[in-house]
Design a protein around this ligand. Structure first.
Ligand code: SME
Length: 305
């Protein structure tokens, strides 16, 4: 079970950090946290800020801890020898420590963290192979190097659940559409794949037919059948020849409400031989669902059909 740490936990937390240091040394990680880091003062500050969490057993013994902090983190402002996955808002995990090796305690804390946020950045010492293994297993990507305020280099990792889903979707779409050039068939399968993976409100295509868009394959509730050039988000994306991300449909002049449940939307043009032949339209019943990450990945994925 996981809860926020309290001041009463401080002595036990310091013991956990001590044991974690022993585990590091035993695994050949000789230099990380060798200056008594994290100090009691740092841990106390984490508790004060409400960012210190503990994983505890039935008898309330603390078996692991972490600081789980909303970003941005100043030490992550610059990355070297690589780049972050994306610029999505993120949380940071610092000072993650388990009292015993091999109990999946750190993984449990991380898995819980992803129930609170979609995107996490974390860094670790180059000799901390245990942590690197845990990060790989969780699905983190190694992004490059960052430097702590004291100048020490650290391996930088990021995981964005959305990016991981899009990567899997891209690979799946690649397999499905290689060797299949029927656009309608591919639109049908792609809307099914996207809809199933993300459970959006509505996922589908409008095809360019003459001077208007006509409803194509889709998943979700019934929708408007025809949209004129330049009208609504779909017609505007066609006219502008670019993806449109709408964080709040009520703020988009001329938005066509096929469903009153739709709160945010993204429309991505589908190009063939230098002209737009359709648009992919996705609606969400939540505000602000779509970001630059969706734009980048959906543009890549529609290129496959
Ligand atoms: N909202 C879209 C119309 C299509 S439905 O969302 C499925 C628009 O404004 O173009």
């Amino acid at each position: 079970m996981i809860r926020k740490a309290t001041y009463e936990d401080l002595p036990e937390l310091m013991e956990v950090f001590g044991k974690a240091r022993e585990i590091m040394r035993a695994s050949g990680n000789l230099n990380q946290w060798n200056d008594g880091y994290p100090s009691e003062e740092i841990v106390r500050k984490d508790i004060e800020k409400g960012v210190s969490y503990v994983l505890f057993e039935d008898d309330s013994k603390i078996i692991a801890t972490m600081a789980f902090i909303p970003g941005p983190d100043p030490t992550y402002a610059k990355i070297y020898d690589g780049e972050w996955l994306d610029d999505s808002p993120y949380h940071v995990i610092h000072r993650i420590a388990a009292a015993e090796p091999g109990h999946n305690a750190a993984s449990t804390l991380m898995a819980w963290a992803f129930t609170q946020t979609e995107c996490i950045r974390i860094d670790t010492h180059k000799d901390n192979v245990i942590m690197q293994h845990i990060l790989d297993k969780q699905g983190f990507a190694h992004c490059g190097m960052i430097y702590l305020t004291n100048g020490d280099p650290r391996e930088a990792y990021q995981m964005n659940i959305k990016v991981n889903k899009y990567k899997a979707l891209y690979n799946l779409a690649h397999c499905y559409f290689e060797g299949e050039d029927d656009l309608i068939a591919n639109m049908a399968n792609l809307s099914a794949m996207i809809h199933r993976e993300f459970e959006f409100w509505w996922t589908g295509f409008y095809r360019v037919v003459g001077e208007q868009l006509v409803l194509g394959p889709f998943q979700g509730p019934t929708a408007c059948t025809k949209i004129a050039y330049g009208k609504g988000v779909c017609g505007s994306a066609w006219k502008r020849g670019e993806t449109i991300v709408v964080p709040d449909v009520e703020e988009f002049p001329g938005h066509i409400a096929c469903s009153s449940e739709s709160r945010s939307e993204i429309v991505v043009p589908v190009w063939r031989d230098g002209r737009i032949v359709a648009v992919l339209d996705i609606d969400s019943e939540k505000l602000g669902t779509f970001t630059e990450t969706d734009k980048v990945w959906l543009e890549r994925i529609v290129e496959l059909i």
